[in-house]
Write a protein that binds this ligand. Structure first.
Ligand SMILES: [Cu+2]
Length: 146
């Protein structure tokens, strides 16, 4: 039979494609999942400090507003038991770049100074192949710099 001669790798690719499509359905990231914008308060020392919780698969809060030209200190707290996450923010102009791994159950602090106004998406790019990335599952947010 013809089917019996079909190379295994073709079946493997078909299976991967189906699995990817099925698991991706319903997880498409959507700006409607943004929480209300949180203006980050300025501490007495002039630093804008905020705590963000990381869980599978979201940040809370996920919509932050900060001022340009002042240091931002993000305390990233993972409350997962096993799944590692990260916090990635990349500006195409290169002036704002944060890449911070946050292991399961860990707390890490990320500091940066936003020097230009704009909207900067952040996300988790971890993934367990062939599943969709955490970002695809909704683990993303937005930093507004005013
Ligand atoms: Cu993640």
């Amino acid at each position: 039979m013809e089917v019996g001669r079909r190379p295994l790798w073709k079946l493997g690719i078909a299976g991967w494609l189906i699995l990817t499509l099925v698991t991706a359905k319903g997880y498409a990231a959507d700006v409607s999942t943004l929480s209300p914008a949180i203006p980050v308060p300025i501490s007495q020392d002039g630093v804008q400090r905020v705590t963000v919780i990381l869980d599978s698969y979201f940040y809370s809060p996920n919509h932050l507003v900060v001022e340009s030209g002042r240091e931002v200190e993000l305390t990233l707290i993972s409350i997962t038991m096993i799944t590692p996450h990260n916090f990635i923010m990349k500006d195409s102009a290169g002036s704002l770049s944060v890449e911070q791994d946050v292991g399961a159950g860990k707390t890490v602090v990320a500091r940066f100074v936003p020097t230009q106004t704009g909207l900067f998406p952040f996300f988790c790019d971890k993934r367990l192949w062939p599943m969709p990335s955490h970002r695809d599952k909704g683990m993303e947010g937005l930093l507004e710099v005013k």
